[in-house]
Design a protein around this ligand. Structure first.
Ligand code: MN
Length: 150
């Protein structure tokens, strides 16, 4: 009986581990984000459409660990976020923090200072679309402090 209990506990712990690693998002998680120095916490990036002369578009899947978020930043050509999994956060400078859920669309106007990221207790994934290429430049600013984030 004791052995059966231990076995059950191992199975349950294993199940939890698998769930913790699987956000159940539709696109590949990709590799560590090469832009992580402009983020707090860890994110992954999978490029889906690379900027080129045909589609003139840049689309990537960004996956945030719990609590991970971008620095404050702005895009000279704006940005569109399509939320695919988890619970996230979005804030424009001087406005309230918005809670993001799967299916939400965030349209970020050009040159508006903002940040986006995961909720403190949930992983999060969104598709990022850089609009108005080829002249869309991202300007990275200061980190989002714990005080601003909470
Ligand atoms: Mn942005």
């Amino acid at each position: 009986m004791k052995k059966l209990l231990v076995l059950l506990m191992i199975i349950m712990a294993g199940g939890n581990l698998i769930m913790a690693e699987d956000l159940n998002q539709p696109f590949a998680k990709g590799e560590l984000n090469p832009y992580n120095k402009f983020f707090t916490g860890t994110t992954h990036l999978q490029m889906l459409v690379t900027k080129d002369d045909v589609w003139n578009s840049s689309i990537g899947n960004v996956t945030f660990d719990k609590g991970a978020r971008t620095n404050w930043h702005k895009h000279s050509g704006g940005q569109i976020l399509l939320v695919t999994a988890g619970t996230g956060r979005y804030q424009e400078k001087g406005k309230e923090i918005q809670i993001l859920k799967k299916g939400d669309v965030v349209k970020i106007p050009p040159n508006v200072e903002h940040w986006h990221g995961a909720a403190p207790d949930s992983e999060f994934a969104h598709i990022s679309i850089e609009s108005n290429l080829p002249d869309n430049q991202t300007t990275w600013l200061e980190p989002v402090t714990d005080l601003e984030y909470k």
